[in-house]
Design a protein around this ligand. Sequence first.
Ligand code: KIV
Length: 272
Amino acid sequence: MSAQTTTRRLTQLDLAKLRASGEKVAMFTCYDASFARLLDGAGVDSLLVGDSLGMVVQGHDSTLPVSVADIAYHVAAVKRGSDRPFLIADMPFGSYQESPAQAFRNAAALMAAGAQMVKLEGGREMAPTVEFLVQRGIPVCGHIGLTPQSVHALGGYKVQGKGEEAARRLQDDALALQAAGATLLVLEAIPAPLAAAVTAALHIVTIGIGAGVDCSGQVLVLHDVFDIPPGKKAKFVRNFMAGASSIADAAARAVTAIKDGSYPAPEHTYAP
Ligand code: KIV
């Protein structure tokens, strides 16, 4: 049975099979049971309970105030609302950086809430933590490039990996995370050719957001897909409500656009 026709809950092995078969992985962020049901019906492969919930649900101006309890609450809701998509929980700021043992404690709480994998931000410096979690049965998704939890260190939400030195560092980070046992890797806001090179150099699944079409899949922030709220959006955002007959139709169009490679288009990508 292919991942597309499977009705049981997908696993990380199914996502790996999608990469191997050349089919793009369609991932959306999701925070509640109703949208989880709608996105499951639209055919998404994976739902990420992202710490973006701090901004789009809680109204903060960054992801920094989100707690483990917040993510666990939303993971449980998303799990109740969905049957098939692979569920990933974001580890919030301050919940994993202190030590691998701290990361394990908090990741275990998110797995107990219903997640099948946790995501954490950072490059080679997080490799020992990734290895610690993976060796103890917790699958890990890395997240490099623009890492929103470091917004103050980065000096704003800026494109990363520009220039030879930065590109080389990012590539090394990706290899270090893969070697540590990460099985998914989010690449956020980096030049498209760099994301393509990183994807080609890795065997694990890469998920782009503002990283061009050559990743193994894409993650879309729910509120961006439906153009909520209106206002200035990042260059990589496409309003899938335009021309759609309903939000379910918009979600289905987004999945189709990821799968057929028409999203992201060149106008959604960053130059080196
Ligand atoms: O929190 C989030 O929504 C994310 C995605 C942007 C990848 O981390």
